[in-house]
Design a protein around this ligand. Sequence first.
Ligand SMILES: Nc1ncnc2c1ncn2[C@@H]1O[C@H](COP(=O)(O)OP(=O)(O)OP(=O)(O)O)[C@@H](O)[C@H]1O
Length: 575
Amino acid sequence: MIKIAKRNLELLPTLLAVIFLCFQVAADLYLPTITSDLIDNGILKQDIGYIWSEGGKMLVVAALGLIAAAVNVYFASTQAMKVGKKLREQIYRKVLHFSSQEMSKFGGSSLITRSTNDIVQIQNVMVQFLRMMLQSPIMLIAACVLAYYREPRLTKVFLISLPVLAIAVIAIMYFAIPLFKSIQKKTDQINLVFREGLTGVRVIRAFNQEKREQSRFQRANDDYTNTGIKAYTIVSFLFPIMTLVLSLTNIGIIWLGAHLIAQMSMQVGNLIAFMTYSTQILISFMMLSMVFVFIPRASASAKRVNDVLGQEEVIADPQNPVKLTDASEASLSFENVDFRYSGAEKLTLTGLNFDIHAGQTLAIIGGTGSGKSSLVNLIPRLFDIEKGKIKVDGYPINQLTQHDLHRLISITQQKAVLFSGTIRSNMQFGMENATDDQIWHALEVAQAADFVKEAGGLDAVVEQNGANFSGGQRQRLAIARTIIKPASIYIFDDSFSALDFKTDAKLRSALKQDNQLQKAVTVIVAQRISTVANADLILVLDDGKVVGQGSHEQLVAENKTYQQTLNSQIQKEAH
Ligand SMILES: Nc1ncnc2c1ncn2[C@@H]1O[C@H](COP(=O)(O)OP(=O)(O)OP(=O)(O)O)[C@@H](O)[C@H]1O
């Protein structure tokens, strides 16, 4: 919490919040003194002039206290909101740089909880800190001193009531704090189930699994609700205990005070003032204890937020990166590359060696799970290799900043991802200042122009995840976005699989004729031989190893795996 406060609170507004809080406390503490004077010197002596002047003073002090409180609330709340805003921005920025390893460490649902619910906990405690946490101790100490100064004989009552209250607060904290901490984890679980249900809603309905999913959600929801009920039930005991102690304390004070007044050794005004201070002491004590109940929950949240912000990136930029020059020509080479997913026993890819140059196409073919996507994901450094060297345009990729490396590469992932917006905004992801002509050209090459025209042109709406387009249309839009970006290496990871044979052939021939792509290296991952047959170099992958490498003709003549794949596909088509 302290770390977050230090980094994100602004000095001047925080200081102003504290200063106005002090004014408010001073006003609250001054009021009982005026009341006491008003009773002893005004009411008891029936001095109407004095009553008017002290009454006026009370009004002014109360009004000033109110204004100070309002100003304090304004600065405390705006600061807390700003801290929340900064934390959300920092988390989002950080997450955008996370590799898959870091993503899977936290999990998407937990990252959402951390950037919403956890930050709200921190915000709430920030407001409490700038109000109650500072106000309560100042008030508590000052009211104790002033009460003692008013009537030391009555302070005996506190020797019983304060320890009773302290024991009650400690007991409540002991039971409630662990529950508050676990509530955050349970929120993660609710989000996880909810998110899975939302993304898989069609599958759930198609398999008639609504009841099963509903009961899975209910379990997570019940778990969260029951923990919350338990925690707040325990905390709710604080108020009755506090009211009881407050009433008993007042009875004790009145009882003792009445004796002293009867003995003529104390004035009525003093008793009234003392009782006000006593209420202030007990309320401050309770506020302070409430804060101590909520601090652990917020500090658990702060830890969860700090864990994300402090996460070291597995894939880091080099300390002295090589600068890109315009002179370099497109090329891609793998030298003895081995790769393994973190925690995996077996190497996912072994002994990869190839070299490909501007204007050439590299195709990667292989069965499911053979390592095709893993291989292409190594090029933009989505994962780091264990051994060997990968060079893009002659630069070893680990010597470039990731920003520079990503400038050289344009990729269509296996699962086409589109963002909500318009066709134009999605295309501008590839090139920020793309003109309409450039966008239409990319759409033509990607065989997407026709359906985009039908959908209403470049301003046609794209729903979340591109849900208003078919799988094949989404793939073509993703391909167009890849093509529009000026790059040295164009990667299409199984991007043609949802296209029919005719569109696939037309698209590949348009890619070959495109000026931009002719100067670049094209990498195509595919399962269909027809998609890869025209490539300059074909890698045949099997279980992470290259079992064949060469042109289509060479592989047809010499490579068994390739021949088997070809035969099985010819037979399939014949059927
Ligand atoms: N993020 C990951 N963490 C751990 N293992 C992974 C990860 N992604 C893939 N794998 C494993 O690596 C191997 C290669 O997977 P990869 O996705 O590269 O295959 P692929 O040839 O692209 O398959 P497909 O054609 O089905 O897409 C598989 O055994 C898979 O289980």
